[in-house]
Design a protein around this ligand. Structure first.
Ligand code: ADP
Length: 489
């Protein structure tokens, strides 16, 4: 490992962050965090026990009233300081994410920008939590509607965007006046630990943010979710885990936000600007090595342009550079672990067995590291697993369609509904698709939609609630209605 990497890792906390203190786990166990590009261990960190989880919730509960009473402007300014500090530490956060997650350094820097925007956006939203006041229709009283912090919140984040998934939850919670316990994914916990240190530097009071890292997520999370003092659960991850957590949350009628799986259709009409569609496809597919819930999973392309589209994508794929994300010019890093490689390969194998044509790639790359060759499949048959499951890897799967109704039917043929991408020059058709595709978000002639100022979220089994935008803060606010008598009566 080079010395900038060792120097950075030496600064990353390895303990739990509870009540403003860095403390050892009571489990006596530890987690080894790996570099997926080499398989080597980066750091050994604390592995929280259920007792540690309980202590973290105690700390969040203890800090709740004072944080809710803190002036919105003060809360906002702490978030703004965190944003400013992040700008000073872009290189460190980017390198740390590349090391623990594998994404190319340029993309990691992009995630620092994106993740940081949630801090800035919600620093601005903290002072814009507004209500209403007015006469009731009968004229006999005054109705007041106000918004109060929901209370201590538990945030569970995934490994694919280690910084942005944390800031997308922490920033609105803090802006709203909620304290939090955050549990990052055990595969990429370092960024959250390092971010907690940044929040300390930004002047965040003790106990407002608590971090528990654990290899036993279910055992540690269960008692936190069951505790009646917890008032909110926000989860980003797979649909099966989300469903299990929703069932647990039902016992205490917990407020939930769920950002779950996707199976995004990328629809290319015969009238599309094919150059732009190919550019959009490369972003929608290969950003983050395909490991994004917003990644295009099914390329649904009009039969008259499907071969041309596939040939152009294959040419671009041949120009990708695979390697460790820290290396200059690398555009495709490793997948997160061997399980991810096996899953991608199983989906490709199944598609080929059912008649798809393998145009490019189609195999794992020898280690060290867990790499999968960027792959292009055409003529993927209905019923193939790859059309139903999230690939979470660098695999383009192309299916032809005949007309708009066929495209819409194919695009909607999934239990997921996170995002769709549509490329067409026909304005009316684009507008029709906005309404006929069942997704919470749409990219119309663009391949990436994420923005801190926009409401991110899905319909159907892709989730409940929205993160970012004006909507994001309301996930952490309760609406309170008050009636008073007519003061003139
Ligand atoms: P992915 O497929 O992206 O790894 P998961 O849903 O498995 O998605 O994981 C997302 C987050 O949920 C991670 O932080 C993981 O540790 C956590 N997690 C997984 N299973 C559970 C569980 N039963 N209870 C609480 N958290 C869990």
């Amino acid at each position: 490992m080079s010395s900038p990497e060792s120097a950075l890792l030496a600064q990353v906390p390895t303990q739990l962050f509870i009540g403003g203190e860095w403390i050892d786990s009571t489990s006596g166990r530890s987690i080894d965090v790996h570099d997926p590009a080499t398989g080597s261990t980066l750091l050994r960190i604390a592995d929280a026990s259920p007792a540690d989880g309980a202590a973290a919730l105690d700390a969040a509960v203890g800090a709740q009233d004072a944080w809710a009473a803190t002036a919105p402007r003060v809360r906002g300014e702490i978030l703004r300081r965190a944003f400013d500090l992040l700008q000073e530490r872009v290189d460190e956060f980017a390198l740390l994410m590349t090391l623990e997650m594998g994404k190319p350094l340029a993309e990691a820097r992009g995630e620092v920008t994106y993740g940081g925007e949630f801090l800035r956006w919600f620093s601005e939203e903290a002072v814009r939590i507004q209500g209403r006041y007015g006469r009731n229709p009968e004229g006999t009283g005054r109705m007041i509607v106000t918004h109060l912090p929901v209370g201590p919140s538990f945030l569970i984040t995934p490994w694919n965007f280690p910084l942005a998934m944390a800031t997308r939850k922490i920033a609105p919670a803090l802006a709203a006046g909620c304290t939090v316990v955050i549990k990052p994914a055990e595969l990429t916990p370092l960024t959250t630990l390092y971010f907690a240190r940044l929040l300390e530097d930004a002047g965040l009071p003790k106990g407002v943010v608590n971090v528990v890292t654990t290899s036993t997520s279910k055992e540690v999370s269960g008692p936190i979710i069951a505790d009646p003092r917890l008032r909110k659960l926000s989860f980003t991850g797979s649909t099966p885990v989300g469903v299990a957590l929703l069932k647990q949350a039902a016992d205490t009628v917990l407020r939930t936000s769920m950002e779950l799986g996707g199976n995004a259709p990328f629809v290319v009409f015969e009238d599309a600007d094919l150059d732009k569609a190919v550019d959009g496809a490369m972003l929608a597919k290969f950003r983050n090595i395909g490991e994004a819930c917003t990644a295009a999973n099914r390329f649904i392309v009009h039969e008259s342009v499907a071969d041309d589209f596939a040939a152009r994508i294959a040419e671009r794929v041949r120009g990708l550079t695979i390697g460790r994300g820290t290396e200059e010019g690398v555009t495709i890093g490793p997948l997160i672990n061997a399980g991810a490689v096996d899953k991608a390969h199983a989906l490709v194998t199944d598609a080929v067995a059912r008649g798809a044509t393998l145009v490019e790639g189609g195999s794992a790359i020898d280690g060290p590291g867990t790499f999968y060759a960027p792959t292009v499949l055409t003529g993927v048959a209905a019923g193939s697993d790859i059309l139903r499951e999230e690939i979470f890897g660098p695999v383009v799967s192309i299916i032809p369609f005949t007309d708009e109704a066929d495209a819409v039917a194919k695009a909607n043929d999934t239990e997921y509904g996170l995002v769709s991408y549509v490329f067409t020059r026909d304005l009316a058709r684009g507008q029709r698709l906005v309404e006929s595709l069942h997704t919470g978000m749409m990219g119309l002639n663009v391949g990436v939609v994420s923005n801190a100022a926009a409401p991110f979220g899905g319909v159907k089994q892709s989730g409940i609630g929205r993160e970012g935008g004006a909507e994001g803060i309301h996930e952490y606010l309760e609406t309170k209605y008050v009636l008073t008598p007519d003061p003139f009566a």
